[in-house]
Design a protein around this ligand. Structure first.
Ligand code: C2E
Ligand code: CA
Ligand code: CA
Length: 528
């Protein structure tokens, strides 16, 4: 920052100047009073009365010297003050200008370069002849979860910590480091380097970020990184950024916390992914994603007790797409709520007329169960769909519950008040659930199908323990993935309450379900 230099007048110089001035006036007055006045009057031929006392002359000398000094010093002091003030305002102005320049160039939170300036600098670097420039694009993993779970202040700390990591790791490089927005960072390094050196830099960045934030111990940070290098991957700033983004995107798809160099094949995959996202949005709007229903039977009679709603995307070209191929993406794109809403609207219209004894179980993800608006939203949409709340059951996994225990607990209480059942889904696959079971308003446990060994030899102890636990907590137990008669018999013998699996039926569209409901009770135990 440049500040104008103060016109500097040394104090001793000032006093010397004043003394000189004072003495000049004094001698001038002495000369005038004792000598010059009479001479001037004589020269001008004017009458002059020289009959003064010496003391009078001296008094006149002193008075005139005093007035002269006063007349000079006062404006001098005032002028000096004025200059000092002007100087201060000017400096403030320069500082404000420098600050606003800095704001226009830097991201205010992290202090790194902003997107625009990064672009400019990258373009400048690309014009340097005979040098390579590598663009690194760094995106934090699951940053939204940090923000949602720990609050925005923690999110901001995480951003600043990552900025510090990047500054530190790149200190030996000729690097421009920027925050492009949100949780996305970029850096450009210029020079002559090997691919191995760039890979080491990328590894260092990821390791540094993963080592966490000291202010927030326990908060796991991770990032995924993509690299594009000029001139081989492109010579324009826009192209390089886009290609680094493609490489980063590949990392996100392949499990995160990794880095990738750009490869031409990524672009096609990324385009494909974007097409898929676009189609997913449209599919939700057009209700191409439809509810299928898998039967759940009560034990020991094996009669129909209800259905679990499982989503199926009826794609006009690709056929039926299974939920694991679109639910995670739907969640990532923030579309899970509109999707669930669309599924529920369709399901309520279809299931409204089912016998009152049949429950409809729906799957709810962590982002939904965490939201304080969830119970009210569910109540409203169920009422609009004219479906009895008491027939509804919400399935939620352990992991979804522990992500935000406080709000989950309140929401489950509210669901219980509304008369909506709550089932703990995929029990045994998540974190240890015992504590949560005793703390939360859960009515049912669904034991994950991975617990049922087809040979029936190894499952017994674990499943028996869960069954005993459920009984002691007055919860009902559903066994998932029952494919064989022997398992059904084993479950009956061990007093499991409900069963679900291919033995009784796969998830089916509404037309087949209606037929099944009509037939049940007439033919006894349900079989696929
Ligand atoms: P989930 O909630 O555990 O659902 C049970 C999954 O097990 C279903 O897979 C079902 O088809 C499958 N299954 C049922 N019986 C058997 C069996 O006997 N053997 C075998 N091998 N598999 C069986 P699906 O329909 O592919 O759904 C997978 C997961 O996708 C579901 O797991 C659920 O977590 C999620 N999902 C499905 N529909 C929705 C939805 O509408 N919303 C949300 N948020 N998640 C959904
Ligand atoms: Ca489920
Ligand atoms: Ca399950």
């Amino acid at each position: 920052m440049s500040v104008i230099p103060t016109p500097h007048l040394e104090r001793s110089n000032l006093y010397a100047l004043l003394a000189f001035y004072l003495l000049s006036i004094f001698f001038l007055a002495v000369a005038w009073e004792f000598k010059l006045e009479a001479t001037v009057m004589w020269v001008l031929n004017l009458p002059y009365d020289g009959d003064f006392e010496t003391s009078e002359r001296w008094r006149f000398v002193l008075t005139s010297t005093g007035f002269a000094v006063f007349a000079m010093v006062m404006p001098f002091v005032l002028l000096k003050r004025l200059i000092a003030r002007l100087h201060l305002s000017y400096n403030n102005l320069v500082q404000a200008q420098a600050y606003s320049d800095s704001l226009a160039r830097h991201d205010p939170l992290s202090g790194l370069l902003n997107r625009r300036v990064f672009h400019e600098q990258l373009a400048g670097r690309l014009e340097q002849p005979g040098k390579e420039t590598a663009v690194f694009l760094i995106d934090l993993d699951r940053f939204k979860v940090i923000n949602d779970t720990y609050g925005h202040a923690a999110g901001d700390s995480a951003i600043c910590a990552v900025a510090d990591c990047l500054r530190e790791v790149t200190s030996g490089w000729h690097a421009a480091v920027a925050r492009l927005g949100g949780d996305e960072f970029a850096l450009a390094v210029t020079g002559n380097f090997s691919r191995h050196e760039l890979a080491t830099l990328a590894e260092n960045i990821l390791a540094k970020i993963a080592s966490g934030i000291t202010e927030l111990p326990g908060l796991a940070l991770g990032a995924t990184l993509g690299i594009a290098v000029s001139p081989q991957d492109g010579t324009a700033a826009e192209t390089l950024l886009q290609r680094a983004d493609g490489a980063m995107y590949r990392g996100k798809k392949s499990g995160r916390a990794v880095f990738h160099f750009y490869e031409a094949s990524f672009e096609e995959a990324q385009r494909e992914q974007m097409r898929f996202e676009q189609e997913l949005r449209q599919a939700i709007e057009k209700q191409q994603i439809q509810p299928f229903y898998q039967p759940i039977v009560s034990l020991p009679d094996q009669r129909l007790a209800g259905f679990e709603l499982l989503a199926r995307w009826i794609h006009p070209e690709r056929g039926i797409i299974m939920p694991q191929d679109f639910i995670p993406l739907t969640e990532e794109l923030g579309l899970i709520k509109p999707l669930t809403e669309s599924l529920l609207i369709q399901a309520f219209a279809q299931a409204r007329e089912w016998p009152r004894a049949l429950t409809l179980a729906i799957n709810v993800t962590s982002s939904m169960i965490e939201s304080s608006e969830f119970p009210q939203w569910l109540e409203q949409i169920t009422r609009q769909g004219n479906f009895p709340l008491a027939q509804l059951e919400v399935e939620v996994t352990e992991n979804a519950l522990i992500a935000n225990m406080g709000s989950a607990r309140m929401n489950l209480e509210r669901l219980r008040e509304m008369g909506v059942g709550v089932a703990l889904d995929d029990f045994g696959t998540g974190y240890s659930g015992l504590y949560h079971l005793t703390q939360l308003a859960i009515d049912k446990i669904k034991i994950d199908r991975s617990f049922f060994d087809t040979s029936l030899k190894n499952q017994s102890d674990m499943v028996k323990a869960v069954l005993a636990l459920g009984k002691s907590l007055h919860m009902q137990i559903t066994a998932e993935g029952v494919e064989h008669e022997q398992l059904a018999e084993w479950l009956v013998k061990h007093e499991c309450d409900f069963a679900q699996g291919y033995l009784f039926g796969r998830a089916l569209p509404v037309a087949q379900i209606t037929a099944l409901i009509g037939a049940d009770g007439v033919n006894g135990p349900l079989r696929a």
